[in-house]
Design a protein around this ligand. Structure first.
Ligand SMILES: [Zn+2]
Length: 328
């Protein structure tokens, strides 16, 4: 028999040895809980395609944020569903808009919790696109610079309400620079920007559109979200957002884009976030319901893989459960 010098299995012999050499460890500090806040509901409404996820009233969202904080989570990410939608997304930047109210309610209840706000127009536009649209014969266009103006106004109103970080998710060109300028010009130079820098036009967003009531009424989002085939373009997008002032860069979705996540983390060394999206959540839940795998083990393996691939922050609908499952 050959004498082996290297026997990697030596360090796998016991739980103690495995614990000592584990490279990737999860904690409650890694996770951000998304919350859907709606002006259209009187009390929390379940989202059918996402078991255990709800649309909340403003007061309920504050209560949920408090529970998240008590569990050891550091941050929530707010999405708003307004009473009124129009062609200018007016409710997105209204002083008393649903997200603005929710930020104030959460900050009043738990001032230490980091509040991140989604900055986009789709939930507030009657047509459901992330920007201002113009019809041109039979074609529609999403106008870039007009949209960026409204996004910057929205970000400013979130900052004024007390958001710690604003998170533009629209993928318009130049919006990070415009938001940074707008915030700085109004005395909010300490409000950070978490940029959805590489957001792909993905099939995995399906359930979210039910949750945020924002499906496009016509066309698709392929003229602003990225082609899933493009990795080099993703790196160029991230580079632009960093140049324009992004504090945190985000890759979305997660599991099908681990190569992008890894390259962004390696190349730029910026705090890097990943969004484990609604379709990925629903897919795993369906597997659990069918008895294919056990939920806790599956979710911990997924989250470990995201962190291993370079995620500093993970946005996930399992954030609360993960805070308990990763408790030392
Ligand atoms: Zn949008």
């Amino acid at each position: 028999m050959r004498k082996l010098v290297h026997r990697p299995r030596r360090l796998r012999q016991s739980a103690g040895l495995r614990n000592l050499v584990r490279e990737t460890k999860l904690s409650a500090h890694d996770f951000v809980l998304p919350l859907f806040v709606s002006e259209r509901v009187k009390s929390r409404q379940p989202i059918t395609s996402m078991p255990g996820v709800f649309q909340f009233t403003v007061a309920e969202a504050a209560g949920e944020a408090q529970r998240a904080s008590n569990l050891g989570l550091q941050a929530v990410l707010l999405f708003g569903i307004p009473e009124q939608k129009d062609e200018l997304a007016s409710s997105a930047y209204a002083e008393n808009g649903v997200v603005q109210q929710a930020v104030r309610a959460i900050k009043a209840l738990c001032p230490e919790l980091v509040v991140i706000t989604d900055v986009c127009l789709c939930e507030y536009m009657s047509h459901g696109h992330c920007g201002v649209t113009r019809m041109d014969g039979g074609h529609f266009h999403v106008l870039n610079d007009e949209s960026v103006e409204l996004l910057a106004k929205t970000a400013l109103s979130h900052a004024a309400a007390g958001a710690d970080l604003v998170a533009p998710s629209d993928m318009m060109d130049g919006r990070i620079g415009a938001i940074r300028e707008m915030l700085d010009a109004n005395g909010f130079d300490q409000t950070g920007i978490m940029s959805y820098a590489a957001k792909f036009a993905s099939v995995f967003y399906g359930p979210f559109r039910e949750a945020a009531e924002s499906p496009p009424q016509f066309g698709d989002r392929c003229s602003y979200q990225m082609d899933p085939a493009n990795a080099r373009e993703a790196l160029r997008e991230v580079a632009l957002d960093i140049e324009e002032g992004a504090d945190i860069v985000l890759v979305k979705p997660a599991l099908a884009y681990l190569d992008i996540l890894w390259q962004v983390h390696e190349r730029f060394g910026k705090p890097t976030a990943v969004y484990h999206v609604s379709g990925e959540f629903a897919m795993t839940k369906a597997g659990v319901e069918k008895g294919i795998f056990e939920e806790r083990a599956a979710v911990l393996e997924i989250m470990t893989s995201l962190k291993r691939a370079g995620a500093d922050l993970i946005i996930t609908y399992w954030a609360k459960e993960l805070a308990e499952w990763t408790r030392p």
